[in-house]
Design a binder for this molecule. Structure first.
Ligand SMILES: *[C@@H]1O[C@H](CO)[C@@H](O)[C@H](O)[C@H]1NC(C)=O
Ligand SMILES: *[C@@H]1O[C@H](CO)[C@@H](O)[C@H](O)[C@H]1NC(C)=O
Ligand SMILES: *[C@@H]1O[C@H](CO)[C@@H](O)[C@H](O)[C@H]1NC(C)=O
Ligand SMILES: *[C@@H]1O[C@H](CO)[C@@H](O)[C@H](O)[C@H]1NC(C)=O
Ligand SMILES: *[C@@H]1O[C@H](CO)[C@@H](O)[C@H](O)[C@H]1NC(C)=O
Ligand SMILES: *[C@@H]1O[C@H](CO)[C@@H](O)[C@H](O)[C@H]1NC(C)=O
Ligand SMILES: *[C@@H]1O[C@H](CO)[C@@H](O)[C@H](O)[C@H]1NC(C)=O
Ligand SMILES: *[C@@H]1O[C@H](CO)[C@@H](O)[C@H](O)[C@H]1NC(C)=O
Ligand SMILES: *[C@@H]1O[C@H](CO)[C@@H](O)[C@H](O)[C@H]1NC(C)=O
Length: 376
């Protein structure tokens, strides 16, 4: 583009996203026509644009920096962010996308992009944010996802990725905070190199076909706030013999093949608000002190376990509980009147157990719980 000023820069400048700093080599001649031709190539690979968003807006008579979904660095006028989320676009990604060499953020979420990811994406070493969720990308996850030393956020969720998570994928992603590979068709084990991403806070691998065990070293990820592994085929014991996950707020490992007892060490996960370990092959008893320190718990699901004990009194210390599902647990004993202490409760399911109650107790429950699912 002739009208774009050429900058000779030896600067470091902050760009739109927090902590995003792009440093320039000195005396770089800035050429925005590269970005323009890369985006034109992308537009040419969009085969359906029912809202005519790119069709009408991405006009070569204006600078790419004015195009919808495109953000440029304020001084160097290079594309730093591409956000085409929710635009009903159908198409593929052309190799030229790898020429957007200043790109820090790529968001194509909720479109119908398909095909495989071009290897040229691996040239975009400045990427910190990659959101490709809710599309139809397929084939295996490429092996070059270790090319982004600054990557903080990666989501490939709800696509058609298949095969194993590539080994080495997480070797060189030291800044990764959020990972979502959920709702694909991934098989194989949870890769051990994930444990090298010490800054991980959110892990979502739900609804794949992952197997193997959950390595106990997961407890070394001390920043972890959310772990969703539900709806896979993960086996072995629940390895929560670690005291370090003090920030863990959400744990969902339901619908897997975990065996053995519920570890009493869960009681050390004192930040938990969501705990769902339902639909595994857990047996034994609910540890009596399990809930002693889980005072923030809001949503508890132990259903479809073979627990065969009575409800521990420590459960009634969870004053924030809103949803409690203990259905199909082979629980016995009586329903303690302290259930009435859980004044936030709006859903309680105790069906298919052998819990004894009496009319009075159940009435009390009804009074205290505003929404009642079933009491068996
Ligand atoms: C493209 O969209 C942007 C942002 O919505 C707007 O500012 C600009 O005027 C549009 N350009 C054209 C040519 O429609
Ligand atoms: C992208 O656009 C959507 C709206 O379509 C917006 O919600 C989101 O915050 C934008 N930003 C990024 C970084 O993706
Ligand atoms: C996906 O995008 C379409 C079109 O903008 C929108 O109607 C729909 O609500 C979006 N879906 C999600 C899950 O955000
Ligand atoms: C952009 O990318 C394509 C394909 O990767 C390449 O052939 C082309 O030379 C690149 N450079 C420019 C300036 O478009
Ligand atoms: C999932 O992957 C397996 C191979 O690992 C394949 O046989 C199967 O068809 C895939 N399923 C879907 C829905 O793509
Ligand atoms: C996890 O931490 C323990 C000590 O807390 C250490 O011995 C072990 O090597 C660590 N494992 C990994 C995979 O980082
Ligand atoms: C846990 O995962 C299962 C299976 O994917 C899902 O049905 C359930 O709603 C999740 N539990 C919570 C508390 O979000
Ligand atoms: C809970 O953590 C403390 C250290 O914070 C440790 O001494 C104790 O053994 C842990 N309890 C369980 C049941 O793991
Ligand atoms: C339940 O509430 C009553 C009355 O407020 C209180 O005396 C009792 O200690 C509570 N029980 C538990 C297990 O929290």
């Amino acid at each position: 583009m002739g009208n774009v000023p050429r900058f000779i820069l030896g600067l470091t400048m902050a760009v739109l996203l927090p902590n995003f700093v792009v440093s320039f080599p000195t005396k770089t001649k800035i050429d925005t026509s590269t970005d323009q031709s890369a985006l034109q190539a992308l537009k040419a690979h969009v085969v359906s644009d029912p809202q005519k968003i790119l069709e009408t807006n991405w006009s070569i008579t204006t600078s790419v920096c004015n195009w919808v979904g495109v953000t440029c660095g304020s001084q160097h006028q290079r594309v730093i962010s591409l956000n085409l989320s929710n635009m009903l676009l159908t198409g593929t990604l052309p190799p030229q996308i790898g020429n957007l060499s200043f790109l820090a953020s790529l968001n194509l979420m909720n479109n119908s992009f398909h095909g495989s990811l071009p290897i040229q994406l691996a040239n975009l070493h400045r990427l910190r944010f990659i959101e490709l969720g809710e599309n139809y990308f397929y084939q295996e996850i490429p092996s070059w996802f270790d090319s982004f030393p600054k990557l903080q956020y990666l989501s490939l969720s709800a696509n058609k990725f298949t095969g194993q998570i590539p080994s080495g994928m997480f070797e060189r992603l030291p800044k990764l905070q959020s990972l979502n590979l959920g709702m694909n068709n991934l098989s194989g084990n949870i890769p051990m190199d994930l444990l090298k991403c010490k800054e991980l806070q959110f892990i979502n691998l739900e609804s794949n076909r992952l197997e193997g065990i959950l390595p106990k070293e997961i407890g070394n990820l001390t920043m972890l706030r959310s772990l969703h592994l539900d709806n896979n085929r993960i086996q072995g014991a629940i390895p929560f013999d670690f005291p370090n996950l003090l920030n863990l707020e959400q744990l969902n490992i339901s619908f897997n093949m975990f065996r053995g007892f519920i570890p009493s060490t869960i009681s050390n996960l004192t930040s938990l608000t969501i705990l769902d370990i339902s639909a595994n092959y857990l047996s034994g008893e609910i540890p009596s002190d399990m809930f002693e320190r889980l005072s923030k718990l809001q949503d508890l699901d132990l259903s479809l376990s073979w627990i065969r004990t009575s409800i521990p009194m420590s459960l009634f210390k969870c004053k924030e509980l809103q949803i409690m599902n203990l259905a199909n647990c082979a629980l016995g004993g009586i329903l303690p009147k302290e259930i009435g202490n859980l004044t936030m409760l709006r859903s309680l399911d105790l069906s298919f157990n052998e819990i004894k109650g009496n009319g009075k107790l159940l009435d009390a429950v009804l009074v205290f719980c505003c929404l009642f699912q079933s009491v068996g």
